[in-house]
Design a protein. Sequence first.
Length: 260
Amino acid sequence: MDDQANSDGIGFGVDIGGSGIKGARADLVAGDLASERHKILTPQPATPDAVVAVITEIVSTAGWTQPFGCTFPGIVRHGVLHSAANLDPAWIGVNLEQLASEATGVPVAALNDADAAGLAEARFGAAKGRDGVVIIVTLGTGIGTAVLVDGHLLPNSELGHLLMHGRSAEKYAAASVRQRKNLSWEQWGGRLQEYFSHLEFLFSPDVFIIGGGVSRKSEKFLPYIDVEAEIIPAELQNQAGIVGAAVVAAERFGATPPVG
Ligand code: BGC
């Protein structure tokens, strides 16, 4: 696919993570990827210039010349980053939309990674058609959350930073903690039980949706989590960030807007 003559209904999303930066075309109707994912390891240190250079490479290698969406693992308000727990602190105060747009020459819509995943699940996946309070929790390097009420997103909820045992919950219960500390599924499940009970007490959601790479293995840890809400794995898994970002950009800028 080297031109965008038939790009109706196709968008592009970039998903910035602590270990990899991924991008692909997304089918905005099916909620699926519409091209191979291009993944580049996150540069270390993950400074704004280094990360934006990777974004530019991913977008230009794909031959994409229209607006696109971009996730970030931190608080994103009106394009500006207000936290970067697992990336370089130099990002704080930086306008990702502006920087990425200047580098690529097209408009960019930026949003929190878990919010992008939540929107994608609401549009196409496990949260589709679900009214009431739905909380998507992504378990990865950190813990990301998206809070939806009747399909509407409350952005930047950051519930991975609720305090548990005197530190951020993500330092206690993220998937990376299980690996680093070599916890058994049962031990990690116990930590998740504490975390999800706490979330449930605070928000009384109807449904919890578990995202992040580990959601593919949900049968290994979901049996250890006992909450009143329904608790189910995400459906889009690793594609959710890319798809959600592409949807948000298409909605903000339109399918084929004038560029520049
Ligand atoms: C960040 C969140 C992000 C989550 C998952 C947390 O450390 O604060 O913004 O959504 O990690 O990447």
